[in-house]
Structures are given as structure tokens and as C-alpha cells.
Design a protein around this ligand. Structure first.
Ligand SMILES: [Zn+2]
Length: 226
């Protein structure tokens, strides 16, 4: 079968084995992610209580969209488009506030004039007023985070767990605090690796960092408020 040429990308070609394998992988990952969500939903761990209350509808919707994306065919697509042609357009208001689809976790940073900087070696920056998708420095092709990798924004499940991990970095830690994480989330023993993360509240353990509050647009706690 000959494939058509595309004026922008040149000759089209058949899907390669690598592409097929990657797609399969992604499907399996999404399935695993769904199972992880469901495990979280069924967990008795109090850490999840708040998330559980909020997550149920989101997880059900995710499961439905996954099922749909794995089963949709051209016929179904055309049928749906035909239905939409006759449908009336309505404007919907958001049924749930923003924070519902996020989890709260904990982190520490260094601080520079650029803002918050990770303590370890990470290619993911914490840019003010921007939610940047995590990227993987090892495998450019996968959507971070992936279970058998180290990519994603790292965060701990509790402030206590964070504190236990900090002694080696005592000199460098300028800020600790809570973060909201969302998107694809991989749960680890003590914390999470997530696709997206943004500071929620910053605790300034070193002086002179008040600018982080307006820079990032989040509340800060200060040791000495004078
Ligand atoms: Zn990775």
C-alpha cells in the first residue's frame, strides 16, 4: 500500500515497531495509573481521606474516557459528530473548584533570585505562575512520570517524611512547604512523582525571602514577622 505525501512532513510511512510498542506502553501505563487511582480510592490510609472524598467522580470520568479512547472507531466518531451537528451549544459552569483534582504534598527548595530551585539534580524548574509539565531527562519520548524511571516532580506525603529526608541538605534548604500535584501521579513509598506541581504554601526557613510570596502568588509563613 502506498501512503500519501504530506506537504509539511514529507512522505508518510507505516507506523514503526517502536511507535507501536510505545503506544502499547502508554496504554498499559494509563491502565496502571487508573488502577493506582482506584487503589488510592479504596485505601484505608487516612492520608487519602480528603482526596478520596473529592476524587471519586474524577476517577469515574477518567475510567470512562479511557474506555472510550481505547474503543472508539471511525464509525462511532462519525456517529458522534452527526449527533453534535444537531445539538445546541450550551455554556457549562465548572461543577467543582480547581483544587479538587489535586493532591497536597510537601517539598523543600533552595532559593535564588530566580525563585525556587530543587535541592537535588533535577531538570524540572519551579517557575513562578507557571505550571510546567515534567519532562524526563533520560527518555525523551515518554510522558513523565513513568513507573520504572525517576522523572516527575518529587514530593513527600507528609511534612514529617520530608523533614526526615532533609538533614543532608540542611545547608541548602531555604524554603519548605506544601505543593499541589496533579496530572499523572506515581505513588512511591514516602511520596509521589507527578506530572505537574505548583507551590501551595511556602514556609520561609531563611530570612529575606518574602518576595517569593508575590513572585509565586502564594501565602508564606515567616519565622520573624517584624
Ligand atoms: Zn522518565
Amino acid at each position: 500500500m502506498s501512503l500519501p505525501d504530506n506537504p509539511f512532513f514529507g512522505k508518510m510511512r507505516q507506523k514503526s515497531k517502536i511507535e507501536t510498542a510505545l503506544e502499547e506502553n502508554l496504554k498499559a501505563e494509563e491502565q496502571k495509573q487508573l488502577e493506582a487511582y482506584q487503589r488510592m480510592l479504596n485505601s484505608k490510609n487516612p492520608v487519602y481521606a480528603q482526596a478520596q472524598a473529592f476524587y471519586s467522580p474524577a476517577i469515574a470520568a477518567y475510567a470512562k474516557s479511557l474506555e472510550y479512547s481505547q474503543s472508539t472507531s471511525a464509525a462511532v466518531l462519525n456517529e458522534n459528530i452527526a449527533k453534535l451537528k444537531d445539538a445546541e451549544a450550551v455554556k457549562l459552569s465548572k461543577p467543582m473548584p480547581d483544587h479538587i483534582a489535586t493532591l497536597t504534598a510537601y517539598r523543600a527548595w533552595r532559593a535564588t533570585s530566580q525563585g525556587l530551585v530543587p535541592l537535588g539534580r533535577s531538570i524540572n524548574n519551579w517557575l513562578p505562575k507557571r505550571a510546567e509539565r515534567a519532562t524526563c531527562c533520560r527518555v525523551a519520548s515518554h510522558r513523565a512520570p513513568v513507573r520504572d524511571c525517576e522523572c516527575g516532580y518529587w514530593s513527600f506525603k507528609s511534612m514529617d517524611l520530608l523533614q526526615k529526608a532533609l538533614p543532608d541538605y540542611a545547608n541548602n534548604v531555604a524554603v519548605v512547604g506544601s505543593v499541589e500535584i496533579w496530572g499523572r501521579v506515581i505513588e512511591c513509598e514516602n511520596g509521589f512523582r507527578s506530572e505537574f506541581a505548583y507551590p501551595k504554601e511556602l514556609w520561609l526557613v531563611k530570612p529575606g525571602l518574602e518576595f517569593l510570596s508575590w513572585e509565586y502568588g502564594v501565602p508564606v509563613r515567616m519565622i520573624d514577622k517584624s
